[in-house]
Write a protein that binds this ligand. Structure first.
Ligand code: DOR
Ligand code: ZN
Length: 436
């Protein structure tokens, strides 16, 4: 039994933002009281361990619907154990692992493998996302019912788009019965061509090939039209362009079953931050203009954008040391995303703490029908204690992810998760992992 005393609880699922005492017993939330209440009032609470939560926040554990854990096949970048350690260190209690591994997660045995490796790691809850098409080749649909039976919680060819519209239409149609959401990587590869940064002034200045916003927007438009036609469910990954925000806004008005995510890096940086050597900012879709960033924030404010997700995309130092045009796309984000969003968006008043928790815990758990996202009495104690004062320098030594491809490397961030519980078990304390 454990009492968290005088903590600022933020739980949008209950409309709570204020000081509370929270009692956890047998891995579940047992009682939530105002801090004035006497501990002794609760039966047996006298023997409870007491944690002083003064000056700290308690959130339901963050749920990240977009991570690349790279296992099987690319374990030099990350594996499921290191990725789930990075997750709990970053305040995430549930993560969805994308299917662009080697082999691609496109049949039941592989889905079960990912799930089992997650259980073996014993840190965050790891939910497999399976591929939409066999081998992510975009030609033939994977066996959705088998994938679902193996534990897939969604389908995505993320990393690549499904370029053939008829295949996407069929996927949306067939995914209705097993009730699987298709997560779209909306990118027209012909329009994106061989670009590596946003098509704009920065691309011109640096002499790099540009990826126009239309490469994303035309595919978002196509995908919401197909979702409307079929009645299927889509979730648009990593929205970066203002045109896409507007298309999603209009689709929602028409009743299309679409949700959308934005990644912290698209809210914090823009293309003007890129220099010819900053491969840590090379990401797909690319960092876009200041106007796009404003449109993403507006989309969050009016509900067009439903959630935040990291798109944790670890790569090796060697890969990211290549010239801009050759380095792979991706930013590793699990350990820095929450502190960065806190420092760059919550502290300056661009996002409230309550809205952040809704976007990163309540909404993703609800959309993907996962446990978590709520600390109501009786719920599993997936939760994170967050210290807004705690500072930490992000270094190769402190990161537990295998990858260090973050734009925050060697930078100090303020606002850190200092305890993370999954199912009531403490998995991170004072920035260190607690293995089972
Ligand atoms: O930047 C990215 N990296 N975007 C993607 O869509 C895929 C990801 C990866 O797998 O590295
Ligand atoms: Zn993607």
């Amino acid at each position: 039994m454990m009492w968290l005393k005088k903590v600022h609880l933020i739980d949008p699922s209950q409309g709570i933002s204020g000081l509370r005492d929270v009692l956890v017993e047998d891995g579940r939330i047992k009682e939530i009281t105002l801090p004035a209440a006497q501990t002794a009032d609760v039966t047996g609470a006298g023997e409870a361990e007491v944690i002083d939560g003064a000056g700290k926040y308690l959130f339901p554990g963050l749920v990240d619907v977009h991570t690349h854990l790279r296992e099987p096949g690319f374990e030099e970048k990350e594996d499921i154990a290191s990725g789930s350690a990075a997750a709990v260190r970053g305040g995430f209690t549930s993560i969805l692992a994308m299917a662009n591994t080697q082999p691609v997660i496109d049949h039941r045995g592989l889905v079960e493998f990912v799930r089992n490796q997650g259980l073996r790691a014993g840190l965050a809850r790891v939910y497999p996302v399976a591929a939409v098409t066999k081998g992510q080749r975009g030609e033939e649909l994977a066996e959705m019912w088998d994938l679902k039976a193996g534990g897939a919680v969604a389908l995505s060819d993320d990393g690549r788009p499904v370029m053939n519209a008829e295949i996407m239409r069929l996927a949306l149609e067939y995914a209705k019965l097993p009730e699987l959401i298709i997560i779209t990587h909306s990118e027209d590869t012909q329009l994106a061509w061989e670009g590596c940064v946003h098509w704009g002034e920065t691309a011109l200045k640096l002499g790099l090939k540009g990826i126009p916003s239309s490469a994303e927007a035309v595919m978002v438009a196509r995908d919401v039209i197909l979702a409307a036609q079929t009645g299927g469910k889509i979730h648009v990954a990593h929205v970066s362009a203002r045109e896409s925000v507007e298309i999603i806004r209009q689709a929602k008005k028409r009743g299309v079953d679409v949700t959308a995510e934005v990644n912290p890096h698209h809210l914090i940086f823009c293309d003007a931050d890129i220099t010819v050597h900053s491969t840590s900012l090379k990401v797909n879709p690319p960092l876009r203009s200041v106007r796009d960033r404003e449109a993403l924030l507006q989309g969050i404010a009016d509900g067009t954008i439903d959630l935040l997700a990291t798109d944790h995309a670890p790569h090796t130092w060697e890969e990211k040391s290549q010239p801009m045009a050759e380095a792979p796309f991706g930013i590793q984000g699990l350990e820095t995303a929450l502190p960065a969003v806190w420092q760059y968006l919550v502290e300056p008043g661009l996002l409230t703490a309550e809205k952040m928790v809704e976007l990163w815990s309540t909404a993703p758990a609800r959309r993907f029908q996962l446990s978590g996202g709520s600390l109501k009495v009786g719920e599993a104690a997936d939760m994170v204690l967050f210290d807004p004062q705690k500072k930490e320098k992000i270094t190769k030594e402190t990161l537990v992810s295998k990858a260090v491809n973050t734009p925050f490397l060697d930078q100090e961030l303020q606002g850190m998760p200092v305890m993370t519980w999954v199912d009531g078990k403490l998995r991170q304390k004072d920035r260190r992992i607690i293995a089972s």
